[in-house]
Design a protein around this ligand. Structure first.
Ligand SMILES: Cc1cc2nc3c(=O)[nH]c(=O)nc-3n(C[C@H](O)[C@H](O)[C@H](O)COP(=O)(O)OP(=O)(O)OC[C@H]3O[C@@H](n4cnc5c(N)ncnc54)[C@H](O)[C@@H]3O)c2cc1C
Length: 441
């Protein structure tokens, strides 16, 4: 009996990547012990609806449970987090004192919502959106018809929440330090189109503005104090400031992990602080930072649904393969978002883009397909309610086509060339090194 057959495979983090990774192990013929460890008490559920259909009241939170696509025959250890990892003894420690031996480990602990870091953090009425409990609590609070909702952060989740709150007929102010919503993800040129749409839907969008503090009465939030001195009355706040990767429990494991992710090699094997891949520990999903061959092996974390699924399946395949058969994980990031009646889809990464062209439709009509370029190559394709040709442009992105790609589409009469308005490559304070990053936050 091999070590893997005897001690089995443990998956830490029982959500999208954990579930799809475990299924892939079974689908590929692994029939030994399989354990899923999760700190949430629930079976894996889907997060994207939490800031969309659940918030809009169209879907009960319970209906987000993820379907199981294969017979798992797994032991579920839910409701207790893993708190430490001893790689030498090959043991995982849980918060309740239990230990779990493993032969191989798949780490899929994802990320946690950043909470309000400033004054007023302990007031009631301040919410984040990451978990089922978050969504339930927020939905109940919205059902009480707050006078004004303040949303801090104009990223994807902040914008989606603003859209849902307007659909519920609530007054909404969205505060963001950038000139437009989604500025870091799509640039200020496309962001300006979204700002127009958002304002048209009745959102009081406050660009280039920061919330300094919240204050309240009897423990309930009542006011937002803006950096410029203005005070806004509010009784419900949604903090949408992104997420930090859940790696704290790995602090003493000797792995290269920080709040920006767990560093892996191209095959998704976790890298030790000595710089060596651990042959028995893999990572996937939001938590994993890996060199993506599609982007010149630059380290990348991707906080989108499609990556969690693809990377988990890829890592599972490598877990069962021999050391000489490890295959690097190549991934074209992509996401979708629905907000203000728009269906937005992006394929590729806009990081560091220096050119933008609208190749179909027009920004004025708010229905268009645009491509981003970087150093003469097409690096991302974006559709605003115009997804028909997106797969073709996504192929051009994956192939590193020159910018702009000419695909000979019949409805491509004129290309509108624009400045994308994106910041240069980001530097993370957690990592020091420049890292490509794309986030659903
Ligand atoms: C509100 C919201 C809306 C989104 N919308 C979209 C969208 O429209 N399109 C899109 O592409 N993506 C979207 N995303 C992103 C997508 O949901 C994530 O990329 C995906 O959930 C990542 O899956 P994961 O399994 O890697 O991590 P997670 O889903 O974060 O799961 C990690 C799991 O591990 C658990 N865990 C953490 N630490 C421990 C520990 N120490 N021990 C045990 N368990 C632990 C966590 O509690 C969690 O259950 C959205 C995300 C959110 C939050």
């Amino acid at each position: 009996m091999t070590e893997v057959q005897r001690l089995g495979i443990v998956v830490v983090g029982a959500s999208l990547a954990g579930l799809r990774g475990a299924e892939a192990l079974r689908d590929r013929g692994y029939d030994g012990p399989l354990t899923l460890v999760g700190d949430e008490p629930h079976q894996p559920y889907d997060r994207p609806p939490l800031s969309k259909h659940v918030l809009a009241g169209e879907l009960p939170p319970e209906a987000t449970v993820l379907p199981q696509l294969s017979r798992l025959r797994a032991r579920w250890r839910l409701g207790q987090p893993a708190v430490a990892l001893n790689r030498e003894r090959r043991v995982l420690h849980r918060a309740d004192g239990a230990t779990l031996p493993y032969a191989k480990l798949l780490i899929t602990t994802g990320a946690r919502a950043r909470t309000w870091p400033g004054e007023g953090a302990d007031l009631a009425g301040i919410f984040t959106i990451r978990t089922l409990e978050d969504a339930r609590a927020l939905w109940s609070a919205l059902a009480c018809r707050p006078n004004r909702v303040i949303i801090v952060g104009g990223g994807l989740i902040g914008c989606e929440a603003a859209s849902c709150c307007r659909d519920l007929g609530l007054a909404v102010t969205l505060v963001d330090p950038n000139p437009t919503p989604l500025a870091r993800l799509l640039g200020t040129t496309i962001g300006a189109t979204l700002a127009e749409r958002m304002r048209g839907a009745g959102v009081d969008f406050r660009p280039k503005t920061k919330v300094r503090a919240f204050s309240g009465e009897a423990g309930q939030v009542r006011r937002a104090h803006l950096a410029g001195g203005e005070v806004l009355e509010t009784d419900l706040v949604i903090v949408a400031l992104g997420a930090t990767r859940d790696t704290g429990w790995l602090a003493a494991a000797g792995l290269a992990a920080d709040a920006g992710g767990l560093t892996c090699d191209g095959a998704c094997r976790a890298i030790s602080i000595a710089g060596e891949p651990d042959p028995d520990i893999y990572a996937a999903g939001d938590v994993a930072r890996w060199p993506n061959p599609l982007y010149g092996d630059r380290p990348m974390t991707v906080e989108h649904w499609g990556n969690a699924v693809d990377q988990a399946r890829h890592a599972a395949a490598n877990m069962l393969a021999s050391a000489s058969d490890q295959i690097p994980y190549r991934h074209l990031p992509s996401f979708w978002s629905s907000q203000f009646g728009l269906n937005i889809k992006l394929a590729g990464s806009t990081e560091g883009a220096d050119a933008l062209a609208v190749v179909q439709g027009t920004r004025a009509s708010q229905r268009f397909l645009a491509v981003y370029g970087r150093a003469g190559r097409t690096v991302a394709a974006l559709s605003f309610d115009q997804a028909r040709w997106l797969p073709a442009y996504a192929e051009a992105v994956a192939a590193g086509a020159s910018f702009p790609p000419i695909l000979g589409a019949t409805d491509q009469p004129r290309i509108e060339a624009l400045e994308p308005g994106l910041p240069g490559p980001r530097r993370s304070p957690d990592r020091g090194a420049a890292a490509l990053e794309t986030a659903h936050a």
